[in-house]
Write a new protein. Structure first.
Length: 209
């Protein structure tokens, strides 16, 4: 079963409370999402491998640690996932960025991929799939499967807010994918929105509603 890591850091929780407020405008919402993403990536990457290296300081040489092993790729689920990318890249500028877009077929109600562009060496990278909201889990599960279909096997899912229903769906469909979230909310309402949530993250991020 995949791990679920909930970040309870005071700075993350403070900024998230402002994002939830319906009076928070698009500009501040975007800035807060980037800031929280930057704080989250610090913990998401805690277990990355390092190796010893020798560095010459202005005084002498010393043994230090540098990243080793798999490099990273950030793959936002369009469109709201785009709001998390810059926060990650601020701390890991060498990470490559892919994109995946989905829509739900009105007849079958199944997710359909309309765009997927991954780094050429994505199979050799640790993939961070990012989307602010994990509601039913349908889109995230489909996105992860589409990425797996391209040969990627080291995948983590990073969300701002999740509903128990979405977490359960990912754990059932992808028990090998760990989930990192800033808050685990109560439930989904009859319209599929997370309660208490923060509304539609994409609309609030881009000011489209």
């Amino acid at each position: 079963m995949s791990r679920v890591v909930v970040f309870d850091h005071p700075l993350i929780q403070h900024k998230l409370s402002i994002m939830r407020d319906k009076r928070t405008g698009a500009k501040e919402f975007r800035e807060l999402l980037e800031e929280i993403s930057m704080l989250m990536i610090y913990e998401v990457t805690r277990d990355l491998e390092t190796e010893e290296t020798i560095v010459e300081t202005p005084i002498t040489t010393c043994k230090c640690r540098k990243l080793a092993g798999r490099k990273l790729a950030v793959v936002p689920i369009l469109r709201a996932g785009l709001g998390m990318v810059d926060g990650f890249l601020n701390l890991i500028p060498a990470a490559k960025v892919g994109h995946i877009g989905l829509y739900r077929d009105p007849k079958t109600l199944e997710p359909v991929e309309y765009y997927c562009k991954l780094p050429a060496d994505s199979t050799e990278r640790e993939i961070l799939v990012v989307d602010p909201m994990l509601a039913t889990g349908g889109s995230a599960s489909a996105a992860i499967q589409f990425i797996k279909n391209r040969g990627c096997s080291h995948i983590r899912l990073v969300n701002l807010i999740a509903a128990p229903e979405g977490v359960k769906r990912i754990q059932e469909d992808h028990p090998d994918v760990d989930i990192y979230i800033a808050a685990l909310d109560d439930h989904l309402n009859e319209h599929g929105y997370i309660v208490p949530g923060l509304g539609d993250a994409g609309d609030r991020l881009f000011g489209t509603k």
